[in-house]
Write a protein that binds this ligand. Structure first.
Ligand code: XMP
Length: 524
């Protein structure tokens, strides 16, 4: 697609994806590439601006990641951040060395508001610093346009060559005017027009899909999750009945989820596509009978999905394209582009079927971050409850029922989970202030699980011997680490009461306080 591009060259910084997301929030398309990317390739990509990320190394050491000096002579504006700033200065003749004082955290900075980068800012603002090394002397031709108490060269720039080195991290929210600084770079310095908008993405994608698919047939495995739903709707809008979506209800979905998916995509929904719902619940429960080892359960659920999908595909016959819901973080995390990206995306649907006859894979969301997928979903008119769905694992409730899975246990966990989510959502909605600011305890993922434990209780005058439900709620940014959320006691108490009263077979409710690590978010 012909659109303006800002390129982020990654030097191993922890915020590389954040930088790209922030640029995209300025309505400028942005991609990440490794510092090993050849300069010829970069020239070919024709970016309007280049951003060098932070990284954990010291640029003056021999084997640290670096780049050719030629990068700064292309006439393309370059913004170096942290390590990227130091590297730019080092390569161009400045001095970078170990700082006498390490700066870490929120730091007061003084900036020159005459700089294109700081237009519209106050002279004194707060930025996020995290560095051991510092620029002690800027490169020839560079002017110092920002300093802090411990960092004499917090910003150095050469306006004429459009090169900017900033020691802090504008991409991190703690940098109060970070968004404006990045916006100033892409608009004031690079001269971008801001053509990256979800409405035009949707429009352009529909056009591109039509051109690519022609009158071909397309097959999509629809899970009801955000990515596959948005991909399916995009394709449905582009090619209508040439698309067939197969939705496998494995009986391990959340309460009413199968019907919700069918209501949106099925014959009574508003999209013109072929929708096949496979009710494979009994088949799954049969396969899972007597199995209590988590990995074995996962394997059975994954393999069975492929088998069911293949059977349906066989009925449809040869297709031209198979849809994958790969998104941009999958592409970045698997090493940019090429084969490896495809391999990773296969994992997202739990393995690629061997016996489906298709010519090519189509990945309509390959360029999007998750928040952009959601925006595209809203643009496409997909209901909010689908678009803002929590992450839900492929093996579903199968890994939220400890031990053997049975239809009875699925029903218990579905009912308890529905009550829990309803009450948390209700409490969260009443907490939200008029600016839409969420409760500080609002979890990013919250669900009920069924422990395999039964214990004695008393209900009325009767002794009970029933299951214990475990409630989990975590606050996390990347799902790699997580803390249990401090949901108010009165909310939890209400959830407990409702579950005990409304869900047959449960007489105890527990809250899981474990962080990740050492715990995982799911139970199995
Ligand atoms: P864990 O349990 O590994 O979960 O801490 C981290 C995040 O990943 C989700 N998860 C999965 N997602 N297939 C998926 O698509 C899976 O097999 C799977 N296992 C865990 C989990 O819900 C959490 O958001």
């Amino acid at each position: 697609m012909d659109r303006e591009l800002v390129l982020v060259i990654d030097f191993g910084g922890q915020y590389n994806q954040l930088v790209a997301r922030r640029v995209r929030e300025c309505n400028v398309y942005c991609e990440i590439c490794s510092y090993k990317t050849d300069i010829e390739k970069i020239k070919e990509m024709n970016p309007k601006g280049i951003i060098l990320t932070g990284g954990p190394n010291s640029c003056y050491e021999a084997d640290s990641p670096t780049y050719k000096k030629e990068l700064f002579e292309l006439g393309i504006p370059v913004l170096g951040l942290c390590y990227g700033a130091q590297l730019m200065q080092h390569i161009l003749g400045g001095t970078v060395e170990k700082a006498p004082v390490r700066e870490y955290g929120k730091t007061e900075i003084h900036v020159d508001v005459a700089s294109k980068l700081f237009q519209g800012l106050e002279e004194n603002t707060v930025v996020w610093m995290s560095h051991f090394d510092y620029i002690s002397k800027p490169a020839p031709g560079f002017k110092i346009t920002g300093y802090t108490k411990d960092c004499p060269v917090a910003v150095a720039e050469c306006e004429e060559k459009q090169l900017y080195a900033i020691q802090f991290h504008p991409e991190v929210l703690h940098t109060v005017r970070g968004k404006e600084i990045l916006s100033n770079f892409v608009y004031n310095v690079c001269g971008c027009a801001g053509d990256w908008k979800m409405d035009s993405f949707v429009e352009n994608s529909i056009q591109a899909i039509r051109e690519k698919v022609g009158d071909g047939k397309v097959l999509c495995a629809l899970s009801g999750g955000v990515d596959s739903s948005v991909a399916a709707v995009l394709l449905a809008k582009a090619i209508g009945k040439q698309l067939t979506c197969v939705f496998v209800d494995h009986g391990l979905l959340r309460k009413n989820e199968g019907d919700e998916v069918e209501a949106v995509f099925g014959p009574d929904g508003e999209y013109d596509l072929n929708f096949i719902r496979v009710n494979a619940q009994d088949r799954y429960y049969e396969k899972l009978k007597g199995v209590d080892e988590p990995e074995e359960k996962r394997k059975i659920i994954g393999e069975e999905f492929i088998r069911v999908f293949e059977e349906e595909a066989k009925k449809i016959g040869a297709v031209d394209f198979l849809v994958q819901g790969t998104i941009y973080p999958d592409v970045v995390e698997s090493g940019l582009g090429g084969e490896s990206a495809v391999i990773k995306s296969h994992h997202n649907v739990g393995g690629l079927p061997d016996h489906v006859d298709f010519k090519e894979i189509i990945e309509p969301l390959r360029d999007l971050f998750k928040d952009e997928v959601r925006k595209a979903g809203l643009e496409l008119g997909i209901p909010e409850y689908l678009v803002f769905r929590q992450p839900f694992p492929g093996p579903g409730l199968g890994i939220r029922i400890i031990g053997e899975v049975t239809a009875e246990k699925v029903k218990i966990v579905q009912d308890a989970d529905a009550i829990y989510r309803e009450e948390v959502d209700r409490a969260a909605a009443s907490f939200k202030d008029e600016n839409g600011v969420e409760a500080p305890w609002m979890p990013n993922q919250y669900f009920a699980a069924l422990t395999n434990m039964r214990s004695v209780g008393v209900m009325g005058d009767e002794r009970t011997y029933d299951y214990a439900v475990a409630l989990r709620a975590v606050r996390t940014i990347d799902f790699m680490t997580a803390e249990s959320a401090e949901i108010p006691y009165e909310v939890m108490n209400k959830v407990m009461n409702r579950i005990i009263n409304e869900v047959k077979g449960v007489n105890r409710v527990m809250y899981d306080l474990t962080s990740k690590p050492p715990g995982t978010i799911e139970f199995e």
